[in-house]
Design a protein around this ligand. Structure first.
Ligand code: NAP
Length: 489
């Protein structure tokens, strides 16, 4: 164990099903690695489909009493959990940095963001209103009520080990569902610590069940969840190919599926932008979590009139970013999650350089510094390069020069993805024009940070289906029931 927490009982190395800690049926385990040092920092059960079925059964057993509770009673549990998460903020942040690698300041921010979903849905639980519809016949009365969909499942990625879980679990539990959660194999410790805090908050056994898998056994867990008729909703955050595979499997049991998938965000700087603000926004939109977020800017389009000024200021700011282990103070760019991620970023940069990109700051391709990749700015990028089409998921910012608004809209929309987009302009007409024309689920205008609990998060095209957060997030875990009362005099 290479980290010290104030409360070491948060470090849980078994899964939690039906209120009990448990091993996998096979007894197999999977190591958890610190990406900054490659050291083993823990291990958890490598569970399989049979383990998933047990967790689904536990969630089913807990469903009827949980959904029968008043919204206020469910709200109370979420509110207490919120308090426990905030009290454990520093320990949770250390866990996130240890297994995911992000700088400790970002990890603290993630805990606060993650906790905000517990508070928000503790409130929304009480506002799951239905409707009374003016009837079509005099003796009828028509009502629509919202009911919990039933047992739900969540499969989450490693890049936000706490937030991607609580964004789903808080909404599901508020709606009256029970849940099976499978965190990413790289980051199970944060998920299990959150579960320990949920138990301390008085959440009844089986309402939340956290199972862990290895990269190999995860597929079996996914298949078992998809094949189960008991699971009525599946919420997945991760890559588009994995989302497509899960959606295909879930179709066999006609589940409600929410998919938060990959992105290829454009970041557009128009001639009329405030360049200083645009540079600050670009740093925030690109380098958070070493460029490993789904809403990270992937393609920077800069109009000719401000191109050189933007590149100069941006490259100078990027050169100041300090790279190192996330646990060290003042580090703003940590390691990439694993060797495969590092290889991919290297390959994308090598391809771009071979196709004519210039390195304004950073690394051309041959970094050998473990999993750390230096923040890099490339100029003269073109749409034919791989990094224009693929998620970079690393601290690399390719800059494309453009001439007109019409041209950049075509370029920005030339992608199968549609999660987030950003642009900088001080022309209010252009702000509306471009925001409406960009094909994506979320637009940041004159800001590089748009995620918040109060707004709907999600994408269009191959970036997903459904929304999380805001008042819309409950919808994913509810069914509408229409009631027609006849013979009323
Ligand atoms: P990933 O490879 O798709 O995996 C995500 C999670 O799903 C992991 O826990 C993975 O476990 C699991 N998984 C994948 N296929 C599965 C299956 N058939 N059955 C069961 N579990 C399965 O994605 P990642 O590399 O971890 O995360 C990065 C991706 O997530 C990026 O594309 C990013 O854009 C996207 N993302 C999207 C959002 C959003 O809100 N739109 C937020 C964050 C990240 P294994 O590793 O064991 O396969």
């Amino acid at each position: 164990m290479v980290f010290e927490l104030t409360d070491m009982s948060l470090v849980q190395s078994e899964a939690i099903v039906g209120g009990n800690v448990c091993e996998s049926v096979t007894g197999c385990r999977v190591d958890v690695i610190d990406p900054a040092t490659s050291e083993i920092i823990g291990s958890v059960p490598a569970m399989n489909g049979e383990d998933a079925q047990k967790a689904i059964a536990a969630a089913e057993a807990a469903l009827i009493p949980w959904r029968a509770k008043t919204a206020s009673a469910r709200s109370e549990r979420l509110r207490t959990w919120h308090k426990h998460v905030l009290e454990a903020k520093e320990d949770l942040a250390k866990l996130i940095t240890a297994e995911c690698g992000k700088p400790i300041g970002e990890s603290r921010g993630e805990v606060a963001y993650a906790a905000s979903f517990l508070e928000w849905y503790a409130e929304e639980a009480k506002r799951a209103y239905g409707d009374v519809i003016p009837p079509h016949q005099e003796d009828k009365r028509l009502l629509v009520m919202r009911q919990p969909i039933g047992v739900a499942a969540a499969i989450t990625p490693w890049n936000f080990p706490a937030a991607m879980i609580l964004r789903k679990v808080a909404a599901a539990l508020a709606a009256g569902c029970t849940m099976v959660v499978k965190p990413a194999p790289q980051t199970p410790l944060t998920a299990l610590a959150l579960h320990v805090l949920a138990d301390r908050s008085g959440l009844p056994p089986g309402v939340l069940n956290t199972i862990t898998g290895s990269i190999e056994s995860s597929l079996q867990i996914g298949s078992a969840i998809c094949a189960s008729p008991t699971v009525r909703a599946l919420s997945f955050t991760g890559s588009t190919p994995a989302g497509v595979s899960l959606a295909q499997q879930a179709a066999t049991t006609v589940k409600k599926v929410s998919l938060e998938l990959g992105g290829n965000a454009s970041f557009i700087v128009f001639d009329d932008a405030d360049i200083e603000n645009a540079v600050q926004g670009a740093l925030a939109a690109k380098f958070r979590n070493s460029g490993q977020t789904c809403v990270c800017a992937n393609r920077f389009f800069v109009q000719s009139g401000v191109h050189d000024a933007f590149v100069e200021a941006f490259a100078a700011a990027v050169a100041q970013l300090r790279v190192g282990p996330g646990s060290e103070p003042d580090v703003s760019v940590g390691p990439l999650i694993d060797d495969r991620a590092h290889e991919k970023v290297k390959a994308l940069v090598a391809d771009a350089v071979a196709c004519g990109a210039n390195v304004a700051v950073g690394e051309s391709s041959n970094s050998t510094n473990g999993r750390f990749y230096p923040p890099t700015v490339l100029t003269s990028a073109t749409p034919e390069m791989r990094l224009a089409k693929e998620e970079i998921f690393g601290p690399v910012a390719p800059i494309f020069r453009f001439e007109s608004e019409e041209e950049v809209l075509k370029l920005a929309n030339r992608t199968e993805f549609g999660l987030a987009s950003y642009f900088y302009s001080q022309d209010i007409n252009r702000c509306f024009r471009v925001a409406e024309a960009i094909e994506c689920g979320m637009v940041g205008i004159n800001t590089g940070m748009l995620s918040t609990v109060v707004a709907p998060f999600g994408g269009v095209k191959s970036s997903g289906i459904g929304r999380e957060g805001g008042r819309y997030g409950l919808d994913e875990y509810q069914e509408l029931k229409y009631i027609c009362l006849g013979g009323v005099r």
